[in-house]
Design a protein around this ligand. Structure first.
Ligand code: GDP
Ligand code: ZN
Length: 318
């Protein structure tokens, strides 16, 4: 193993000082899960490596890319976290935001016909996706119940999402309909599944990750394998993608987003917003608002605009 070169070779620098001075990434990996200071890291050969992390890496989360190395004591340690694209956070017991999953490319929003689709919630997740720079994909599960429960308005909402560029997959997790399409959507990116309880997330995840035994939650022999943390697990899919999952990820709540953040979640406004008279137009009461005009001419879906107003708490949600 290469020796760590320290400028203070003659001094008695402790191992930990040497380690922190060592900036080269010996091995890269991705965090699969963590139990306190213990992490499971997926290395470049797709093997699971058990590592420890120092206190200063307290905020390390499932999905983080890290550098790790073998230490002189024979175990493996994480030496740095690589920059994150984004992270989902939850407040910890002190109210401080704590990352539960990192580097997410796609949020898969699962809805069903029963429980009824909650389009406000779908918009909320779209706002969340936009705010962390992730794509959004909608899965309408339980299509077998569509005939019985779908209303005209619901079909219109689905058309609206498609027209503004959010793909919608109609699936039946129960009988495997279009599960292959969901599987294809996972290729080469990191996805999470979100949505209200009862829509079929577990059923879908069970179908797209049939090899759930790759889960390493139980790896520890010492009784620590139980899920005692709020962190999540990273799963590899055959197509080269990853799914990050945990109960906390599935129903993560959107942190408070201000009016500007809400507006950004309605990306179909963008082209018109540029033409509004005021560049800080809220598209609510301003004269010559191009967004409002586009809603009137139905170039912007009216349902989405109504939900935008409801998000701003200017009208009651439907
Ligand atoms: P979750 O709470 O979102 O994880 O939902 P589950 O996967 O636990 O599913 C909730 C219920 O919906 C279960 O009783 C499932 O059997 C049922 N379910 C899941 N997918 C379908 C489907 O495609 N069609 C129908 N009719 N029921 C489904
Ligand atoms: Zn405007």
């Amino acid at each position: 193993m290469a020796r760590i070169k320290s400028k203070r070779t003659k001094s008695s620098a402790s191992v930990s000082q040497k380690d922190t001075q060592h900036r080269v990434c010996q091995h890269q990996g991705r965090v699969v899960t963590r139990f306190g200071a213990e992490l499971i890291v997926l290395n470049e050969e797709n093997q699971h490596i058990r590592c420890t992390a120092r206190r200063k890496f307290e905020n390390i989360a499932c999905g983080d890319y890290v550098c790790w190395q073998h230490s002189e004591q024979g175990n493996s340690i994480v030496t740095s976290i690589l920059p994150r694209k984004n992270a989902l956070t939850r407040p910890d017991y002190r109210g401080k935001p704590k990352a539960i999953a990192a580097n997410i490319d796609q949020i898969i929003i699962v809805c069903s016909w029963l429980p009824k689709p909650a389009w406000m919630l779908v918009d909320q997740y779209i706002i969340a996706a936009q705010s962390i720079g992730a794509d959004a994909l909608i899965v309408m599960n339980k299509s077998d119940l569509a005939e019985q429960y779908a209303t005209e308005k619901d079909w219109q909402a689905i058309k609206d999402y498609e027209s503004i560029g959010y793909p919608v997959i109609q699936a039946v997790a129960k009988t495997d309909v279009n599960i292959d399409k969901i599987q294809q959507s996972l290729a080469n990116k990191t996805s999470i599944f979100v949505g209200q309880s009862g829509v079929g997330k577990s059923s879908i995840i069970g179908q797209v990750l049939p090899e759930l035994d790759i889960k390493v939650g139980e790896i520890s022999q010492s009784g620590e394998g139980k899920h005692t943390t709020t962190t999540a697990d990273l799963y590899s899919v055959n197509s080269g993608g990853y799914v990050i999952d945990s109960p906390g990820v599935r129903d993560f709540a959107l942190a408070d987003v201000d009016a500007g953040g809400i507006r950004q979640g309605y990306r179909e406004f963008d082209d018109y917003a540029k033409l509004c008279r005021f560049n800080n137009c809220t598209h609510v009461h301003e004269p010559k608002c191009q967004v409002k005009q586009a809603v009137e001419s139905q170039d912007i879906p009216q349902g989405r605009y109504r939900r935008y107003l409801a998000k701003l708490e200017l009208i009651e949600s439907e």
